[in-house]
Design a protein around this ligand. Sequence first.
Ligand SMILES: [Zn+2]
Ligand SMILES: [Zn+2]
Length: 317
Amino acid sequence: MEKENKKYSVLLYYCYSKIENVEQFREEHHRLCLDLNLRGRIIVAQEGLNGTVSGLKEDCERYMNLIHTDPRFAKTDFKVDHVDRMAFQKLNVRVKAEIVHSSLAYLKPYERTGIHLEPQEFKQMKDQEDVVILDVRSNYEHTVGKFKNAVTLNIDNFREFPDKIKELEKYKDKKVLTYCTGGIKCEKASAFLLENGFENVYQLHGGIIKYGMEAGGEDFEGKCYVFDNRVVIDVNQVNPSIISKCYVCGTTSDRMVNCANAACNIHVPLCEECGWKMDGACSDACKAHPEKRPYNGSGYYAKQLNGYNPVKGLKRI
Ligand SMILES: [Zn+2]
Ligand SMILES: [Zn+2]
């Protein structure tokens, strides 16, 4: 089916912009999302808004228009993909200290951050001699896909990024081009590099997702990990390849799953055959574990909907 004919959309977006009364904003925003029948996760903080939501195409259109009419979020850049079903089961609108958990709450990207590169600009710059491409994402993300020649970091969470600054010292004289899934982590990562004396810091605006849509995804090897029920998505329409190996048997595979054992739940590639053989588990121990969930061939496990109430958290119903 042609993407444009699909009934649902998935939106990925963020905007660094000051929100004065976060609790009140959260309340109103939650209500708005309910009115539009959206599902997904939205984080509200004093520093801005970050979300990934799914809904009927026309509801998503209305949502984007409403966000854009608010002067605080007029510049929000939405990454839009078309899918054939809701990409989320629940709606969560939460207040947090930061819109992406980073341990860098004190940095204000709306005051200072790396230079934004549009996908075409990034594509032109990335192979130049004095350039280093830096992946600021975690292990489970860059294992399944990354830019050719990118520097990756051994981190399990973006919170650990600042710990790696010593490793990056050697690139101080280079032009550093950072990238992540949708661009948000780079806002803080690039600001942090600037603060640590790096002088030429750039970031891929809109992240891998936008690069795939606007620049054909050239030289992105593997697939892009996403945080909805699709698990990974294709990015590269020019020279695609597979870089990851099945966690169990080692054959080339980009089928990303969460381990069926809820107590483990690691994100790893698992080939189709091992998926069935291991019943979705990453090891024999996980296969035999009492918390192992039934495997349906997808490797995606929706959280329990028991007791879920979409209006929960609203002060006035
Ligand atoms: Zn395998
Ligand atoms: Zn496991």
